[in-house]
Write a protein that binds this ligand. Structure first.
Ligand code: PMP
Length: 290
């Protein structure tokens, strides 16, 4: 496997980051996870826009343009002979001293990994997953805004540990007032009487690329989609619940905190949306051959 790091494609065994990199010392950096569908880098522009927005928030200057980044990504995907896969992009503050001051880190580290995708088992799409609500809460937007896809994922990891302990696949994270925000690595939608609702990003949810695509598809299918706050009450009471994310695409949720959702099996709206999402994905992005 070839990894792109700071302008060079190197062997996986040589793709290393210094222990003085503030990405390692302080989680000071930002990242993206992107799918490749049949030679198409899914919504690359949106992913790069989000990466640049995340970097701006932490006052990190990415040392290349989006065009240069696009070329580097295509080069990496081609070098690994991938037509389907998963890309991980990372930009860290770079090498500094042991203090946290970013001013002492003169050049950011940029890396691109293009790997096989580990798909979720088909069984999860057919039968749905069980999720729990986590005790750990979403940090307020006045702290590190969770819209930033930063290398500080410990809050999400703590929620994920709760899901693991409960034998669940995902955990719903609530804000300090009890409004549902998102899951540990996915956004969430509830469906009630044909209307889709997902939490607004101002509550502190990542603006998922998959979330955006699902909203677009649902609206084109003539469905009402609301971005408004709701609580666990609306989740338990929903006809359908599903989560969305780059790796997951759309995954149906059939049980939340021990409550069966709807009829306890994936619902028709979820199935229509997943089918349409998958139909569009291989043409919705940057082709590696062009
Ligand atoms: N929320 C969080 C916290 C995430 O890390 C992710 C990405 N895995 C998502 C939502 C989904 O975003 P996307 O559809 O862009 O992958």
């Amino acid at each position: 496997m070839k990894i792109w790091i700071d302008g060079q494609l190197v062997d996986k065994s040589e793709a290393k980051i210094s222990v003085f990199d503030h990405g390692v010392l302080y989680g000071d950096g930002v990242f993206e996870g992107i799918r490749i569908y049949d030679g198409c880098i899914y919504r690359l522009e949106q992913h790069l826009d989000r990466l640049w927005s995340s970097a701006k928030y932490i006052k990190l200057t990415i040392p290349m343009t989006q065009e240069e980044m696009t070329r580097a990504i295509i080069e990496t995907v081609r070098a690994n002979g991938l037509r389907d896969g998963y890309i991980r992009l990372g930009v860290t503050r770079g090498i500094g001293d042991l203090g946290l001051n970013p001013n002492n880190c003169p050049s950011p580290t940029v890396f691109i990994i293009a790997d096989q995708i580990r798909l979720f088992p088909q069984e999860l799409y057919d039968n749905g997953i069980e999720v729990i609500s986590a005790a750990v809460q979403r940090q307020p937007v006045s702290a590190l805004n969770p819209r930033v896809k930063s290398c500080n994922y410990l809050n999400n990891i703590l929620a994920r540990i709760e899901a693991n302990n409960a034998g669940a696949h995902e955990a719903i994270i609530l804000d300090l007032r009890g409004f549902v925000v998102e899951c540990t690595a996915d956004n969430i939608f509830v469906v009630r009487r044909g209307v889709l609702t997902t939490p607004p990003v101002y509550l502190g949810a990542l603006r998922g690329i998959t979330r955006d695509a699902v909203i677009e598809i649902a609206r084109e299918q003539g469905r009402e989609v609301r971005e408004e706050p709701f609580t666990l009450y609306e989740v338990y009471d929903a006809d359908e619940v599903f989560v969305t994310g780059t790796a997951a695409e759309l995954v149906p949720v059939v049980k939340v905190d021990g409550r069966t959702i709807g009829e306890g099996k994936p619902g028709p709206i979820f199935r229509h949306l997943l089918e349409e999402f998958r139909r569009r994905a291989p043409r919705d992005g940057v082709m590696i051959d062009s």
